[in-house]
Design a binder for this molecule. Structure first.
Ligand code: SF4
Length: 318
């Protein structure tokens, strides 16, 4: 698979890149992914149905509950054509390149690629509680990988959440590539603490304890545990309330430096964010402005203030 080192490697269902690989010879090209995310991501397409030898066009398949209650992936008009094992084995065979990725964008509703709420058919009505066979196995094999579906990227909070996790995953890969040390792990955590705090207090405390308990001998083991917990915690959506707590915490670092007017402006801006009058970018921009005048190493190094390229405009919509 081709590589663009300057961009972040992301796996993607091929049909979302406009490749005509669907059962009917069509595609599901997605302009936000190809145009906007394509600027930053090296999108690596993969179609599991093609990979297991199903041609184009092909008979459509779906998830179905068998008489024994098992979920199988079968051809709609011929249940003897069962692709469950092949799709699962296909995911296993992709682990080497998937472990290098920083995220994966899947096609929603697909019996192979769907991340959640895929229809499972039985005699009566389909119920939306399935997971595509390839996607399910891939998520088990690489459990820390940020994964999202194209449909959910239309939601500003979910979009920001996914891209935030992707950039953090990229920094993690860099940390490991540089040679994982105890000091490296402690530094990584320090720079991400405020982001974790904005997602979930319980994970914030749990991760803090995990890093504090790590020693030089077991840093490799503890790091694996840390990554899994980190990515689980970051999946929890950051709320406006949590962001307000973090913003107030950051504001505390300025308390000896701001005059009355500046302090009042900062308080009012955070309040405007809390009530939904302005997006997150507004208090962040004001804080960055004050910290330029009154630098602080901890805040300067925190990824919370600049988590991803500003051009993605993600903080303008949450
Ligand atoms: S959803 Fe997955 S299996 Fe179906 S066409 Fe797209 S990439 Fe291929």
């Amino acid at each position: 698979m081709g590589t663009d080192e300057s961009k972040i490697p992301i796996g993607i269902s091929s049909c979302l890149l406009g490749e005509r690989v669907r059962y009917d010879g069509g595609h599901k090209g997605h302009s936000y992914i190809t145009r906007t995310l394509g600027e930053y991501f090296d999108l690596k397409p993969f179609c599991p149905e093609l990979a297991i030898g199903l041609g184009i066009p092909r008979k459509p398949i779906r998830l179905s509950r068998s008489d024994k209650g098992e979920i199988r992936c079968i051809e709609i008009n011929d249940s003897s054509k069962d692709y469950t094992e092949k799709l699962s084995e296909c995911a296993d065979a992709q682990q080497t390149w998937q472990r290098q990725l920083c995220g994966y964008i899947l096609k929603k509703d697909s019996p192979s690629c769907g991340m959640e709420r895929v229809k499972i058919w039985d005699d009566v009505m389909p119920i939306r509680e399935g997971v595509g066979v390839y996607a399910d196995r891939m998520m088990q094999n690489v459990p820390y990988l940020p994964v999202e579906e194209e449909g959910r990227l239309g939601d500003a909070v979910l979009r920001e959440n996914f891209i935030q996790r992707v950039f953090i995953m990229r920094r993690w890969h860099q940390l490991v590539a540089d040679g994982l040390t105890l000091a490296g792990l402690i530094g990584f955590h320090a720079r991400h603490k405020l982001i974790i705090m904005s997602h979930d207090q319980i994970y914030y405390q749990k991760l803090g304890r995990l890093v504090a308990s790590a020693g030089k001998q077991d840093v490799a083991e503890k790091s694996k545990e840390y990554l899994l917990e980190l990515m689980a915690g970051l999946k929890i959506r950051a709320t406006r309330k949590n962001h307000v707590n973090v913003l107030q915490h950051i504001q505390g670092y300025l308390k000896n430096y701001l005059d009355k007017e500046d302090k009042q402006e900062m308080i009012q801006t955070i309040e405007n964010y809390r009530t939904g009058m302005v997006p997150l970018i507004v208090p962040i921009t004001l804080l960055n402005h004050f910290f330029r005048k009154h630098p602080n190493d901890y805040i300067e190094n925190s990824w919370y203030m600049r988590p991803y390229p500003a051009e993605l405009s993600l903080q303008n919509t949450i």
